[in-house]
Design a protein around this ligand. Structure first.
Ligand code: GDG
Length: 461
């Protein structure tokens, strides 16, 4: 059997069972254990001088191959072009794009350098699966080194409409680089359509569709295939984790301080794409318009920090602190704080158990490739007394979780109304919606996502 080589910006610290070990990491790691192989990427270390070489760690049939980045590479490749240019553009925020030619050059340089590090470790029949926007030029860089293996790419974030992508300087080079992969995977059909639209209207390429098979793309002198592969979770494992954690210390504390009030809950990295400010205002609108809700419901927002060295993230943190402070100042009572905003990370079992306690999961990104939190919230529910998911129409997950209450996150009243509906939804309706969503989550779990992608990647060989 050919080995699987996973390449991603960060290598998940599976061995530590750390917070990054979510659905994606677990799914990918499972595949690696079955076929044997390697997971290659940045170690997370920022160094003062170039590393001597790759650090290799064996865990059974899986090798973790990691390497540090020097400060300039980190600044240009990771903080700069990946997170201050591509991330806002791909999340439909051209107003937040910062572009610096040197950062772009650094992004391409680091991709070439990483490819040079990996190439000597490859065997001729290895199958290579590259993940996410940090590594768009990676296949092109490997090809330049003479690597002939099958190379696939999965984009975890949205692919923007052509008119948005045009606002990224050097967009044509980026799409040309994407065309060096053998298979491109997107989260949803609209992402795939946006890519195909760019190919036809901007790149002068052509497409061939053949039923349910991946679309054949011809552009920049390359032939490749592209399709949508919505990422999933392992719903039954999350359910078990949530049930196990029911009587844990953190859950007991939350229950004790709620005093039988209802709980609305959200968990997101602190990112402007997640719509946190709009969500805070929607909760405020709920308690503003319906005084009976006051002192009867609390909103818990857990938002672990990310990318705090990118300006837009710092600004957003200040804005959130101001909004939660303002709303609490206006409505809090001696025994009730409307919004509990916690800017830190929790262990995965604690989150799962808290999801199970929450009457409403409020997941309202302005744009999101998929949003695993929505899927995790549903998975964690008690089948006999499930909570209600309120979900943004702009999360990829909304295409599968159609039994959620779907909202427009830019419409504060729409979100407040959905919250009110969710808080008073009768048990029968909650169970019916939950049942429908769980069925969907089981049918398209993370193994299905991974197996479909790898089947198509290998089928083209
Ligand atoms: C990208 C795309 C796509 C969050 N806080 C804590 C914590 N988390 C976990 C969640 C979930 C994961 O992190 C976040 O996944 P999301 O899908 O919600 O969002 P992104 O990080 O933006 O991920 C996204 C995803 O890739 C996969 O393809 O769905 O659209 O943007 O698993 O539970 N985990 C722990 N503590 C926390 O405080 N342990």
């Amino acid at each position: 059997m050919s080995r699987l080589i996973i390449v991603s910006n960060r290598v998940a610290p599976i061995s530590e069972g750390g917070p990054a070990a979510g659905g994606l990491a677990v799914g990918v790691y499972d595949a690696l254990k079955e076929t044997g192989g390697m997971w290659f990427g940045w170690s997370g270390d920022v160094l003062t001088s170039h590393p001597e070489g790759i650090k290799l760690e064996e865990h059974g049939p899986v090798t973790f191959a990691t390497i540090g980045l020097v400060r300039r590479d980190y600044d240009q490749y990771y903080r700069g072009f990946s997170n201050a240019t591509l991330w806002p553009a791909f999340h439909y925020r051209p107003d937040l794009i910062e572009f610096d030619r040197q950062e772009y050059d650094g992004y391409c340089r680091v991709n070439r350098w990483l490819a040079e590090q990996l190439a000597p470790l490859l065997r001729p029949d290895d199958v290579i699966w590259v993940h996410d926007y940090h590594l768009i030029p990676f296949a092109q860089a490997l090809r330049a080194l003479g690597v002939k293996n099958r190379i696939g790419f999965f984009l975890h974030i949205p692919f923007p409409a052509a008119q948005i992508l045009l606002s990224v300087p050097r967009h044509r080079e980026l799409v040309e680089a994407l065309c060096a992969f053998d298979l491109l995977g997107f989260q949803t059909e609209p992402d795939l359509r946006a890519f195909c639209d760019y190919i036809e209207t901007e790149a002068g390429g052509s497409l061939r569709r053949d039923g349910a098979k991946p679309v054949e793309v011809r552009a920049f002198g390359q032939t490749l295939r592209a399709a949508a592969y919505p990422i999933g979770v392992y719903p039954d494992e999350i359910a078990a984790l949530a049930k196990d954690g029911e009587s844990g210390r953190d859950v007991e504390i939350v229950k004790a301080t709620l005093h039988h009030r209802k709980l609305v809950m959200s968990v997101d990295r602190l990112d402007y794409s997640k719509g946190l400010v709009e969500r805070f205002r929607a909760f405020e609108r709920l308690i503003e318009h319906d005084s009976r809700q006051r002192n009867n419901v609390s909103f818990l927002q857990i938002a672990p920090p990310t990318r705090s060295d990118v300006d837009a993230y710092r600004d957003m943190r200040f804005q959130l602190e101001a909004e939660s402070g303002r709303i609490n100042g206006r409505y809090a009572e001696l025994d009730w704080t409307p919004i509990r905003y916690i800017h830190r990370q929790y262990e995965r079992p604690v989150l799962a158990a808290l999801f199970r306690e929450a009457h409403v999961g409020l997941v309202t990104p302005l744009r999101d490739g998929m949003n695993l939190v929505a899927k995790e919230y549903v998975s964690a529910q008690d089948p006999d007394d499930p909570g209600v998911l309120v979900l943004s129409q702009f999360a990829g997950a909304a295409r599968e979780l159609t039994a959620a209450l779907i909202v427009n996150p830019l419409d504060i009243d729409d979100m407040a109304d959905a919250l009110a509906t969710a808080l008073k939804m009768p048990l029968d309706e909650r169970k019916a919606r939950y049942g429908e969503m769980m069925q969907q989550l089981r049918e398209n779990n993370v193994s299905v996502w991974r197996d479909n992608f790898l089947r198509d990647l290998k089928a083209g060989a």
